[in-house]
Design a protein around this ligand. Structure first.
Ligand code: BG6
Length: 455
């Protein structure tokens, strides 16, 4: 196990909201001990005392649910270093003893190529691992170039292109439900399933992340990675094992079989939008373009929806809807599997029944099955929903990811070819949107998103 984690961008939003709480959860669950150290590096040049104050404040805010002892252990394991990721001297100074390290690039994707080149020049110790946040590259050509640079730096098994959705227990449960049971797999195909919705609608707004988000937008922030990964788990063929090779080969097969959208499809199979000022519940929200750091001319979308088809024996004829939006009226984070109507309904005119829906709630975690049952009066039907809550996970998603990185298990990381295939899917959409083939619709914050006109 590697015991040294060096985080570039180590005092940013990701470190504060996800990495520090993850380390704290790992201490709480007994996965880390006093040998572990986390070095947070950036160019700001803070004093250690200032940094420790910041760490304590972030842990209080974002890891309030972990025991005090675990938070203390995290603070004790964490220290600050000033370093510029574009300076090989700075980087080399963080790798003094030749011991393998895990380098986490919690940086904007535009900095990845330069960062990888610097790590190369600085002489990364053998056995080191590198962790990159999504989106991996800014487009297909960028991802290919980055993959080439990484291949010169470390073996593919040491590259962790992370997608924290894959480490959510609720997402893992997509595989659990499908592959550890008989009942679903026999109906898991287009003969029985009409549509799968993969939805991540948030009431959350920009939350001060313009420096990242305004350069990326919802399609690259959510669909190109998280939602396509969910699609892979739902649509893949059952693998022989869940080892990194089997799992990732099968996910790549799904991505390869997604039918590319053409300019003719894109206006009616995709939607994009940007939020205006509005009310979410009783919270007043400014328009996206009025948020600090946003440049309206960049045209970043805060809502993206894409409908895809998979060209395979199993899935030909099933519609897959992938959608994510910010500042919406209600959180809806789920995979909804819509079954086809029954072929024959023997209940006469009173036998109107909605087709079955299986919902995997991703946050909050829950599983529900919407069926039709016999109603109280003769020959009538009524909806019946079976719902189960899942046990809270031992580790948050980033906790599981960090543990895999430290142990060197890349099964939940995205492989080089997988990242490129995911870009292949969204590239025609990005190109068509940049030519305004689909206008950037506006929607009030607190609404259900842009209107569906024109579909
Ligand atoms: C991140 C996206 O990867 O996932 C955010 O950048 C999004 O825009 C977030 O809000 C959702 O995941 P979580 O775990 O923060 O709810």
């Amino acid at each position: 196990m590697i015991t040294r984690l060096v985080v570039f961008g180590g005092t940013g939003d990701l470190a504060a909201r996800y990495l520090l709480p993850a380390v704290s959860a790992l201490f709480a669950a007994g996965h880390l001990d006093s040998r572990f150290e986390m070095v947070c590096a950036d160019r700001k040049g803070r004093s250690e005392a200032e940094f420790q104050q910041w760490v304590a404040a972030q842990l209080d805010h974002h890891a309030a649910d972990t025991p005090v002892a675990a938070r203390k252990a995290t603070a004790a394991a964490t220290r600050y270093r000033r370093a510029d990721i574009q300076s090989s001297e700075d980087v080399a100074a963080l790798l003094p003893d030749g011991q393998p390290v895990a380098i986490y690039l919690a940086l904007p994707p535009a900095l990845f190529p330069a960062a990888v080149t610097t790590l190369h020049d600085a002489g990364l110790p053998a056995g080191s691992r590198i962790v990159l946040e999504k989106p991996f590259g800014e487009d297909l050509a960028g991802a290919e170039k980055l993959n080439r640079l990484l291949a010169e730096l470390v073996p593919e098994r040491a590259v962790f292109r992370v997608d924290h959705f894959l480490a959510m227990t609720t997402v893992q449960n997509l595989l659990g439900s499908r592959l550890a049971n008989r009942v679903l797999e026999s109906v898991w195909n287009s003969a029985h399933i009409a549509e799968v919705e993969i939805i991540w609608d948030e009431t959350l707004t920009l939350e001060g992340r313009a420096g990242y988000y305004d350069h990326v937008g919802a399609l690259k922030d959510m669909v190109q990675n998280h939602l396509l990964q969910l699609l892979c788990l739902i649509a893949m063929e059952p693998p022989i094992t869940l080892s990194e090779r089997d799992l990732r080969d099968h996910k790549v097969d799904v991505l390869r079989s997604i039918r590319p959208l053409t300019d003719a499809d894109i206006p009616h199979r995709t939607r994009r939008g940007r939020y205006l000022a509005g009310l979410i519940g009783d919270r007043g929200v400014p328009a996206y373009v009025d948020e600090q750091g946003v440049d309206a001319k960049r045209g970043a979308e805060t809502f993206a929806e894409v409908q895809l088809m998979i060209d395979s024996w199993r899935w030909s004829g099933t519609n897959f809807v992938l959608r994510s939006g910010k500042a919406l009226g209600a959180d809806r984070k789920e995979v909804a599997v819509h079954f086809r109507p029954v072929p024959h309904m023997p209940f006469g005119h009173q036998g109107v029944a909605a087709p079955d829906v299986l919902r995997f709630g991703l946050d909050p975690e829950c599983l529900s099955l919407e069926l039709t049952a016999i109603g109280p009066t003769v020959n009538t039907l009524k909806p019946l929903t079976l719902t189960a809550r899942m046990d809270p996970p031992e580790l948050p998603a980033y906790g599981r990811l960090l543990l895999d990185v430290l142990h060197g298990d890349p099964s939940l990381a995205i492989r080089a070819d997988e990242a490129e295939q995911a870009w292949r899917v969204v590239t025609p959409i990005l190109a068509a949107w940049s030519r305004n083939l689909v206008p950037l619709a506006e929607y009030p914050a607190g609404s259900a998103g842009p209107p569906r006109s024109g579909r």
